[in-house]
Design a protein around this ligand. Structure first.
Ligand code: GRF
Length: 192
């Protein structure tokens, strides 16, 4: 089962996967980022599909085609999104059919979108959390695989709350990916 991680940020979730001994066969990034450096440092093949080079209006379909080609070139079976900053179009999700995972820093279906932590703070909730789910073309949607709550403290700002959520994601996401891949492998063994 070949696993790819898609990232755009600081790569702390990627690091946690490596610390949990997940074998990562490809890291795909959409911009220069720390995650790219972490992958190189760990001798994992890295491909940058540079978002900026897809025009001022951003050609999402063409960008997605490039991502699909990369996934095919590396014979990827499962993709784990880890803070990937570009929304991919439908054909990507059809190609991977139910094998794209995501971790989101809120308790879905609450606080979808890129500013989930800020939105939870603004709403004044006392508990937020993180969600690992199967990603679909609809953003931050799809079947939920695992969730964990995280308390919001009175003196939290976006950074402190996000860091507390990420500490949970760094345990929950690798564990959920392992379970997901193991189930997939056992299903394939039955089929073959
Ligand atoms: C995580 O909180 C993830 O849920 C969100 O982006 C963050 C990635 O963190 N989608 P990092 O860049 O791996 O530190």
């Amino acid at each position: 089962m070949n696993l790819a991680v898609f990232a755009s940020g600081t790569g702390s979730i990627l690091t946690s996967m490596l610390e949990h001994e997940l074998v990562v066969d490809l890291v795909l990034v959409d911009r220069a980022c720390v995650a790219e450096q972490i992958a190189s440092g760990a001798s994992i093949p890295v491909v940058r599909c540079e978002r900026k080079s897809f025009g001022a209006d951003f050609d999402r379909v063409e960008f997605t085609d490039g991502v699909i080609d990369t996934v095919d070139d590396h014979s990827i079976d499962v993709v784990a999104m880890a803070g990937f900053g570009t929304i991919l179009s439908g054909p990507f999700f059809s190609r991977l059919s139910g094998r794209v995972l995501n971790t989101h820093p809120a308790l879905l279906p609450s606080f979808k979108g890129w500013h989930a932590v800020r939105d939870a703070l603004d709403a004044g909730v006392k508990v937020t959390g993180c969600t690992v789910h199967i990603a679909t073309e609809a953003v931050d949607d799809g079947p939920i695989l695992a969730q964990e709550p995280v308390p919001v403290f009175d003196d939290d700002d976006e950074a402190s709350l996000h860091e507390r959520i990420k500490a949970v994601e760094r345990e929950l996401y690798p564990a959920t990916i392992k379970t997901f891949v193991a189930k997939l492998e056992s299903t394939m063994e039955v089929v073959t």
